[in-house]
Design a protein around this ligand. Structure first.
Ligand SMILES: NC(=O)c1ccc[n+]([C@@H]2O[C@H](COP(=O)([O-])OP(=O)(O)OC[C@H]3O[C@@H](n4cnc5c(N)ncnc54)[C@H](OP(=O)(O)O)[C@@H]3O)[C@@H](O)[C@H]2O)c1
Length: 354
């Protein structure tokens, strides 16, 4: 049940308190994250009363399956949110910015997958396993963190709670689907073309990704870091409520279709017992410890694809620093890195009556 920020819609509020069934809209329903949002609403038996699927005019009229029905996709317009309680937005930052006021004015809560509002001090940035309490202060918009930040956050926060992390050095290996459904398709056709002896020209991603890799394609700032890397720095600080936390990231796009990987070095004030680290990670919500040292088997993107949990392994002592440990993770960035985290936030709103 949702408590609305717009109080002049008292009738609607009463109606929902009685029914506990939610009218949901997905803005960007035809995209990589949008499709996963639809899947998750079904899988998690989310109490959907009505589902509206919204896109650009390009996909309007397309029919998408939801449970045992087909729902026609609509081009988003100024009346799209009139009878909606929760908007799961995944159409990109400029689209979120363009529609946020309309959504909030309509009395709906927007859970936004884009980077548009993440660093806005007045907007909560939430990973339910870490800072669910932040959602309590929302004023109609809750931001979903960047995919790489979510995957790293759920894996390392259990350690941070026992002994505060002083410094994080992270390198990412990010799949094509992180750049959207069309980027994933481009890598498939590119790979096929290259195998046929052709030299395809990339259209969605800036450079060929099949049989290649490149530093993350987000804009590079004056300090030499790209936007994606700075998201990991700033969002982690906000979610952990550690504004001074030292974080340095190198983000790389790799020719994997789905699921991101990250190599993470964590520095503490004192040595961190490896057995305790393993135990904490094995018990943590949203994380699975996966390591078989005898077989040299550790998480791979194919293991993480379609899974809810972030898979963590190769937890080991940093040989160069007694106070640091190394770990490796793989996580489905479309699920926990985006759609699942957003649906979990929506569940939190219902559970806590926010
Ligand atoms: N992919 C990931 O792993 C991931 C992870 C975390 C966060 N995110 C974020 O989630 C958002 C969506 O990412 P995605 O990967 O799902 O992108 P995508 O596959 O490219 O999908 C984009 C969606 O937005 C819709 N859209 C585009 N322009 C629109 C407009 N003017 N008005 C309304 N809808 C419009 C598209 O509809 P049409 O079919 O009509 O084009 C499509 O449904 C982005 O902000 C992204 O940064 C993505």
């Amino acid at each position: 049940m949702i408590k609305f920020v717009v109080i002049d819609r008292q009738n609607r509020k009463e109606e929902k308190y009685l029914s506990n069934e939610i009218r949901v809209a997905i803005l960007g329903a035809t995209g990589a994250v949008g499709v996963e949002l639809i899947n998750l609403l079904v899988e998690r038996n989310f109490p959907v009363k009505e589902l509206k699927l919204l896109s650009s005019p390009r996909s309007a009229g397309k029919k998408m399956p939801f449970k045992d029905t087909l729902i026609e996709v609509e081009a988003v317009n100024e009346h799209s949110f009139d009878d909606v309680d929760i908007v799961l937005a995944s159409a990109g930052g400029s689209i979120s910015k363009a529609w946020a006021k309309t959504i909030v004015d309509a009395g709906a809560v927007m859970i936004d997958n884009s980077s548009a509002f993440r660093m806005d001090d007045s907007i909560p940035l939430v990973i339910p396993e870490i800072n669910p309490e932040a959602a309590e202060n929302h004023s109609g918009i809750i931001a979903n963190p960047n995919c790489t930040t979510i995957l790293m956050g759920v894996a390392i926060y259990p350690l941070h709670q026992i002994q505060p992390i002083e410094r994080i050095i992270v390198s990412t290996y990010q799949s094509a689907s992180g750049a959207g459904a069309r980027a994933m398709e481009e890598v498939k056709t590119q790979a096929q073309a290259i195998l046929n002896g052709e030299t395809p020209q990339p259209e969605i991603l800036p450079y060929p990704l099949a049989f290649n890799l490149f530093p993350h394609n987000s804009p590079v700032m004056d300090n030499g870091y790209c936007e994606e890397e700075l998201k990991m720095v700033n969002e982690t600080r906000k979610i952990f409520s550690e504004p001074q936390l030292r974080v340095s990231a190198t983000c790389v796009r790799v020719p994997v279709l789905r699921a991101h990987s990250e190599a993470i070095n964590l520095e503490f004030a004192n040595p961190f017992d490896l057995n305790q680290a393993r135990e904490l990670i094995a018990q943590a919500e949203g994380v699975t410890l996966l390591e078989d040292w005898e077989k040299n088997y550790f998480p791979m993107p194919i293991d993480a694809t379609g899974k809810d949990d972030v898979l963590v392994g190769r937890i080991r002592q940093d040989l160069s620093n007694p106070n640091s440990i190394e770990l490796w993770l793989c996580g489905d960035q479309i699920r926990k890195g985006a759609a699942l985290n957003a649906v979990q936030i929506a569940e939190l709103l219902i559970e806590k009556n926010l």
